[in-house]
Design a protein around this ligand. Structure first.
Ligand SMILES: [Fe+2]
Ligand SMILES: [Fe+2]
Length: 168
């Protein structure tokens, strides 16, 4: 048998629908993806709580407009959270119920700065997750995450526009 003298044939990397059964690399890739999506889900729950709490405690001359802005973002973040929870469950993981902590803020400007930081974090996280989804071979997930990045970019830019002309 000549096969015993030959180096084992390297199989091509499996990137399509590889749930990792029996292969550590596929299994690792799946677990990394699930863990990452749970990290993102904790951030979306934080965003829901942040915009809800900030819109409640806001005071000052900008209360009405900022409250309206924060409250229009809540349904977007809730939709993101539901998508992530559904996807984590579909991949065989358990969606987290623990949000990232909401930073305390009292002044309207502090709230906007904290919200801006959170939106930038979400964009960075989804950018990484998109690469992981693509490596995992889940193009549907990649496309959905791109849509969520688009939403977060819109939120970020709106907050940046407000802060850029802020007068205390
Ligand atoms: Fe979001
Ligand atoms: Fe957002």
């Amino acid at each position: 048998m000549s096969s015993s003298t030959h180096a084992p044939v390297q199989s091509a990397p499996k990137i399509y629908n590889d749930k990792g059964a029996g292969t550590t690399s596929g299994g690792n890739r799946l677990q990394v993806l699930i863990d990452g999506l749970n990290h993102d889900l904790a951030g979306e729950y934080q965003a829901v709580l942040m915009y809800t709490q900030y819109s409640a405690v806001l005071t000052g001359p900008y209360r009405r407009e900022l409250r309206a802005l924060f409250q229009t973002e809540i349904p977007d973040e809730l939709g993101h959270a539901q998508f992530l929870a559904d996807k984590i469950a579909s991949l065989g993981g358990e969606p987290t119920t623990v949000p990232r902590a909401v930073p305390h803020a009292e002044l309207a400007r502090e709230m906007l700065e904290q919200a801006l930081t959170a939106e930038k974090q979400a964009i960075a996280d989804y950018t990484l997750r998109i690469a992981q989804a693509e490596a995992f071979g889940d193009i549907g997930l990649k496309v959905n995450l791109e849509t969520q990045v688009s939403d977060e970019s819109r939120h970020k830019e709106e907050i940046e526009r407000i802060l850029s002309g802020w007068i205390d």
